[in-house]
Design a protein around this ligand. Structure first.
Ligand SMILES: Cc1ncc(COP(=O)(O)O)c(C=O)c1O
Length: 395
């Protein structure tokens, strides 16, 4: 037996849950990702999606994707740096920069590669990188790739952030990186306080708007706009994989920082560009969210309804202020069991276990889309209530 086979033959954690019939991953969906999806012959309510604006099945976006596929072909066969730039990439970057009130923007092939490529490019040896304990894995990986000194503070604890910043040299480059909306718990970064600390301690700020875009701020610009602080945030990052109904990501900033990143960020230069269909779809989605404010309003109507109902029914939902509603379970095995029972009863939700959360904080994540209606939300609440009571998580 080879070295690797020898090492991994005992990795049987997933098999344990498969044998118990509660393995919750890689469940194949056989339809578009709408508020109800089919999974083979099973129809389920989808509360596990990140498509907050509910646009992944929108005919206009599909049409835009089809047209781009026909015009430009299926792929770009190279990176943006060399042969992979299309006019629609340039147009999307221009429109995203305007949308975020920044000078310029760059599109990457995923949101993950924005964080893993931008962070190590902007801060290096002699600099400091300061992250919230619950920042997304892509920020963690970007941090790992940077030669900057790495520091972190307790989740959303501004006193702890200040404790970290106090010790750092005033003149050194210091970048604070936070999720605008925390992806598992749904709470927001304390941006106003972070901006105050930025000025007090001479820092820069990068905000990940993966879950803020299409949800918060004017026309869905995100959490920075929601707080009226876009000008104070040096780097705004977003993805196309959630509210923009596609795949890809972007960074928006001032013209000099973008010029530097355009020529140095490794995941931008050494990775193939977004497909034509993905780029055109994101562009169309960006137009739709700007032109249809009622879509975001409806997302908030169903979100507020769900928040109210989960609270009334006695669920523990933490500090969420967004369409991401964590339903705390506090037990790994039970989290898997509840996910499986919900699926059987017709509700798709996602289990959140370590390393996505602390071992004592496991939860199932219930997320809303603008395409949900109140009746679907109510059905979801009722089904989950029955299961949570049966499992002894709530009364
Ligand atoms: C906060 C956050 N940042 C970045 C990403 C990565 O984005 P993408 O899936 O578009 O690569 C995600 C995806 O889950 C995320 O939740």
């Amino acid at each position: 037996m080879g070295q690797l086979q020898e090492r991994y033959k005992n990795y049987r954690e997933p098999q344990k849950y498969m044998e118990a019939g509660v393995y919750p991953y890689f469940r194949a969906i056989t339809s578009k990702q709408g508020p109800e999806v089919t999974m083979g012959d099973h129809s389920v309510l989808m509360f596990g999606s990140n498509a907050y604006t509910g646009l992944t099945g929108d005919d206009r976006i599909i049409e835009a994707g089809k047209k781009a596929l026909e015009k430009y072909g299926s792929g770009c066969a190279g990176s943006r740096f060399l042969n992979g730039t299309l006019d629609i990439h340039v147009q999307l970057e221009k429109e995203l920069a305007e949308f975020e009130h920044k000078d310029d923007a760059l599109c990457f092939s995923t949101g993950f590669t924005v964080n893993s490529g931008v962070i190590p490019a902007v801060v290096g040896r002699g600099d400091y990188l300061i992250c919230d304990d619950r920042d997304h894995a892509s920020i963690v990986d970007g941090r790992r790739l940077s030669f900057a000194t790495q520091l972190h503070y307790k989740h959303n604890d501004m006193a702890d952030l200040e404790r970290v910043l106090q010790k750092l040299p005033h003149e050194a480059v210091k970048l604070i990186v936070v999720d605008g909306v925390f992806s598992m718990e749904g709470d927001l970064a304390k941006l106003p306080e972070i901006v105050e600390l930025k000025h007090k301690y001479n820092c820069s700020i990068m905000v990940d708007e993966a879950h803020g875009l299409g949800v918060f701020g004017k026309q869905g610009r995100g959490v920075c706009d929601h707080f009226g602080l876009s000008d104070e945030v040096d780097l705004i990052m977003g993805t196309f994989s959630k509210s923009l109904a596609s795949i890809g990501g972007f960074i928006a900033s001032d013209k000099d920082t973008i010029n530097y990143l355009r020529h140095t960020s490794r995941t931008y230069i050494f990775s193939a560009s977004d497909t034509p269909a993905a780029t055109a779809s994101a562009l169309e989605a960006l137009h739709i969210i700007q032109n249809e404010p009622e879509r975001i309003q409806h997302l908030w109507d169903v979100t507020n309804y769900a928040l109210k109902r989960f609270k009334e029914e006695g669920f523990e939902i933490g500090d969420t202020e967004s369409p991401i509603i964590p339903l705390y379970v506090h037990d790994v095995e039970k989290t898997f069991k509840i996910t499986a029972l919900a699926y059987e009863a017709g509700v798709f939700i996602n289990p959140v276990i370590p390393p996505a959360c602390a071992p004592q904080d496991t939860l199932v994540r219930f997320a809303l889309m603008a395409s949900h209606n109140q009746e679907q939300v109510e059905r979801g609440v009722q089904i989950l209530k029955k299961i949570f009571v049966e499992q002894g998580v709530i009364k």
